[in-house]
Design a protein around this ligand. Sequence first.
Ligand SMILES: Nc1ncnc2c1ncn2[C@@H]1O[C@H](COP(=O)(O)OP(=O)(O)OP(=O)(O)O)[C@@H](O)[C@H]1O
Ligand SMILES: [Mg+2]
Length: 485
Amino acid sequence: MAGSSRWASSAADKAEEARRKLEKEEKKKAKLEKQRKLEEAEELRQNEAAAARDTAAGIGSNGDEEASGRPAKRRRLSTDNNATSDEASQRPRKLLRFAAPGWGPCRSVDNYEPLNRIEEGSYGLVSRGRELATGDIVALKKLKMDNLADGFPITALREIQTLRASAGQTHIVALREVVLGTDPINDVYLVMDFLEHDLKTLQEEMSEPFLPSEVKTLLLQLVSAMDFLHERWILHRDLKTSNILMNNRGQLKIADFGMARYVSEPPPKNLTQLVVTLWYRAPELLLGAEQYDDKIDMWSVGCIFGELLKKEPLFMGKNEVDELSKIFTLCGPPTLHSWPTFRRLPNARHIQFPPTPPNLTPTEVKSMTTPSPLPLRTHFPLLTNSGTALLSALLSLDPLTRPSASEVLKHPYFEEIPRPKHTSMFPTFPSKGAMERRRRWSPNAPVRGEAVDFGKEVDGGKVDFAGIFGGNSEAGGAGFALRMG
Ligand SMILES: Nc1ncnc2c1ncn2[C@@H]1O[C@H](COP(=O)(O)OP(=O)(O)OP(=O)(O)O)[C@@H](O)[C@H]1O
Ligand SMILES: [Mg+2]
């Protein structure tokens, strides 16, 4: 309106405003109506497609809803308008059925035909078998029932519990069922999907280590399984290459949950110290930590990462002390700077470090307590800077500075060239699991009651460090010394 302020209101403005509002509301209504019609049409289409699928699968016509593993669809039970009440009473009535999980007896091991033995470990004997009904090839792990007088072994219960909790995770071996032999107390078998290889046996057979792009793919798969477990408060506690399976499509799956268990935050106080096979055991466990968390698994992941690159285990210690010595040689000895709390661990009092010379400036003291850079470069000359950073982070002595599984998944190492190789491009290898096999020696998972206290007397003497430190009661290792008794 010429001459009037654009903020001024008038009757014409108000009418125009009311008209626009009405128009807007009508448009909104039309839109909602259109959406409703679309949804109805989609629902109808889905129902028709599902009905056609059911007819094709023979479900519903023979009352086989449960066998399909899918809950039965809702059916109209009342008579329709056109049917007479007589017709309705003659028509067979069907009950609604829903598949619900429940308790049931275990099937017999006789449903499987034994093929060959794969391996005997600390907690079970693993064989390859075939399911008679389906012809599926499976792995059967006969659980060891030592000390049955104490009841059904807790390790077996935890293995079943944690494997079931991991069902569906692509990188954790699938537990199909638990079956029983003739003696239902002693003969308990876990039936799992069969995988052609374990990484330990496979690496022993390979002439060259995995390529960097293959290492990345394997590590990513391993860490994604660990992320899944740790997110759900499950610690594996025995990660090692022999417990990591691989199929001929380059897919990796973690197995052997014999030491796995649920934990909490803060960690439970009664955790077993003697966990994880020696070569993959974190320094805090070796130093007697009574509380620990997911970072013990991440240490093992670091050991496996190094092993995949080198094609041999990183720290092949003969005993706990030798293991620590090998760790400190590669990672540098712990210092108050790199691991402020290590001196509080029970076994740390048996380790003597060089005394701090008097009259040093704080900067000089700090440089003394800072470990020398990891000599990882010399051990892994082909590893990129980013790969070295990831490996040294995983091999941090202090569990607090070790990355979690979810942090590792985001590491730039996986973004670098060469990118992780697609699993479909992995080479195939002849399976050793399909024949009798014997591995080179390597330590087994720890067994209860084996824990070593460095200060404890053995056979009337002291724990023998002579093999490593030259037989002296105090001898130098990687910049540190072990004191007897
Ligand atoms: N699902 C499977 N498919 C193929 N091979 C398997 C499977 N599960 C286990 N194995 C083989 O059997 C070996 C022993 O299995 P597992 O580690 O579960 O038993 P264990 O008695 O707990 O072993 P250990 O004490 O040596 O760690 C594995 O290293 C692997 O070679
Ligand atoms: Mg094992």
